[in-house]
Each structure stands twice: as structure tokens, then as C-alpha cells.
Design a protein around this ligand. Structure first.
Ligand code: 0GY
Length: 290
């Protein structure tokens, strides 16, 4: 990996045309560093410039959101201090999702809870992590249930079938990042979205994030194929969707999205006030501020 630090976020995003409802939650974003205080993991697969909580809160204000869920990014490994720092500075307006060493003690899990963590993330992307020990993850998922936490799982559509026994073995609520990254060029009735629907139909406690048009679309902004594929999914599973910007857009340096345009995808995938309220307020509040 090169030592050059990467910028993957827009320097001057537009103000969205869409206004989120009061209390809206950006439920998938990250913080990077600041590195001088919170160094990156020795195993990090990318080395970003600092994108700390002050930048996150300024962007949130600009985009019209009230709260954030900060998801521990892979570049910080299992050292959750940068994410905890963001939560601590937020005056109760942030919660977090941690990445933990499966050998973590109960006392350390409880300390993460006290610091505002409400879930644990299992990342299966080979370009981001060296290993993903399923047996150990299942054990972690069991141990977090008494805390009222949920599991967030990140994988790509080509391994959905092989993920099924693992997902079946996880207790409690599961949130799938970015819908398991289906191929949007196949359209709303494409094989990968159909397979994802089968997963949702088989278990009510599987939630998902209809996020990342910039990553998943086969087209340029305004990402029309994403809107066409994702709107039916949000309509059909509206009680188990949460939304986020994905700022600072890790690894998107070659296709940096305009965050204002990312927010303007919301009314295209959730066209009614009722759907927007569930996606941005009711559902994330149930998971993170209950
Ligand atoms: C995302 C997606 C990515 C990165 C991470 O933890 C991470 O580094 O999640 C990615 O590169 O696809 O959701 O932020």
C-alpha cells in the first residue's frame, strides 16, 4: 500500500434540493482519524486523509440531518477510539457500530455500549479485510444480544448464497450494508435483486441499507438505474430500511460523489412523506436510540 493519503470526499458538495424531516439520521457514515490522535490500523487497506467528527458535523448541518450512526471503518481495524471520539463529541446525536476482535471481553463490550455503540459489523470484503472468521462472528453475535445490539454485515452479491448458512446462524436483528451490493444494471427484476428479496422474505429480522448509488449504479450521477431498482425494495420492506450518506466514501476517490446529490436520491427511492419518515427517523431511532 502506498503511503500517500487519499481524499475520497467532495470538497464542496451542493446543498440538497430535498429537505430531510426533523430528527433525520444519516445511519451510515464513518470518521477517519484524526490520524495524529487515532492512528490507522497496521492492516489498513487504504490510508485516508483525516475526516474527523468536526467535518462530519459540518456536513450533516449542510445536508439537513440531525443525527449520525458512525460505522467503524476498516482502516481503523478493531481500535474503535476514533468512532467513540466522534460519538463522545456529538452531545447524544451520534451512535456507533463497532468492529471488534472476537476475543473481546464482556467488560470491553459494555464499555463500547457506554460509549454509544449499538451494533457490531462483520465485513466480508476481501479487498478490505484479511479474514472473516464466521464461527467467531457467530459467537460475538450471541454475546451482544443481552446488550440489545444488532449485527451489520457487509458482503457482495456474488457470495450471497454462501453467506446464507452464516446469516441463518446469527441471532437477533441483522442489517445488510448496501443491500449486499446487487448489480443495478440488471434492473429491479434482475437475478441479484431477486435473490436479495428471497433473503428478506425468509426472515423478518433482516434489515438493509438502500445506500450508495455512487458505488452501485452502473451509470453516472444521477444514477437512474439505482433509483429504478431500489424504490420498489424500499416500498416493499419499509419497516426495515435505514439510510446513510456513506461519507467520507471510502475508496471512492476515482468517482467522488456530490453528497447533495446523494441526499437527493432519497425522494426517488422513498417518494412519500410516510416512507421518508420511516427510512430517516422511525426505523433508525428504533435500532439506535431505543
Ligand atoms: C463502506 C464501504 C467501503 C468501505 C468500508 O469499512 C470500510 O472501509 O466500509 C468500501 O470500500 O466498499 O460502506 O464504507
Amino acid at each position: 500500500m502506498s503511503d500517500a493519503r487519499i481524499v475520497s470526499w467532495h470538497a464542496n458538495p451542493s446543498r440538497p434540493l430535498y429537505t430531510p424531516p426533523p430528527g433525520a439520521v444519516d445511519a451510515h457514515c464513518h470518521v477517519f482519524g484524526p490520524m495524529a490522535e487515532f492512528p490507522f490500523s497496521a492492516k489498513a487497506k487504504y490510508l485516508p486523509e483525516d475526516a474527523g467528527p468536526d467535518q462530519l458535523f459540518a456536513l450533516r448541518e449542510h445536508l439537513g440531518f440531525a443525527r449520525n450512526v458512525i460505522v467503524q471503518a476498516s482502516c481503523h481495524g478493531t481500535d474503535n477510539r476514533a468512532t467513540l471520539n466522534g460519538i463522545a463529541k456529538s452531545n447524544g446525536t451520534c451512535r456507533g457500530v463497532a468492529v471488534v476482535d472476537p476475543a473481546i471481553s464482556d467488560a470491553d463490550l459494555e464499555a463500547l455500549h457506554a460509549g454509544g455503540m449499538r451494533g457490531v459489523r462483520f465485513n466480508f470484503l476481501k479487498r478490505l479485510v484479511d479474514d472473516a472468521p464466521k464461527d467467531k462472528f457467530i459467537e460475538v453475535a450471541r454475546r451482544i444480544q443481552p446488550l440489545g445490539w444488532h449485527v451489520v454485515v457487509y458482503f457482495e452479491a456474488d457470495i450471497l448464497e454462501e453467506m446464507k448458512p452464516f446469516l441463518d446462524a446469527l441471532p437477533g436483528t441483522i442489517v445488510i450494508d448496501h443491500m449486499g451490493r446487487p448489480d443495478m444494471s440488471q434492473g429491479p427484476d434482475g437475478a441479484e435483486l431477486k435473490a436479495f428479496r428471497r433473503l428478506l422474505d425468509a426472515r423478518e429480522s433482516i434489515w438493509f441499507k438502500p445506500t450508495c448509488p455512487d458505488r452501485l449504479s452502473s451509470q453516472a450521477d444521477p444514477w437512474d438505474d439505482f433509483a429504478a431498482c431500489v424504490a420498489p425494495l424500499v416500498a416493499d420492506y419499509s419497516d426495515r430500511v435505514i439510510w446513510g450518506t456513506d461519507w467520507p466514501h471510502p475508496n471512492m476517490q476515482d468517482k467522488i460523489p456530490n453528497d447533495g446529490h446523494v441526499v437527493d436520491m432519497i425522494p426517488r427511492i422513498a417518494p412519500t412523506v410516510e416512507l421518508q419518515q420511516k427510512l430517516l427517523v422511525t426505523n433508525p431511532t428504533r435500532l439506535y436510540w431505543a
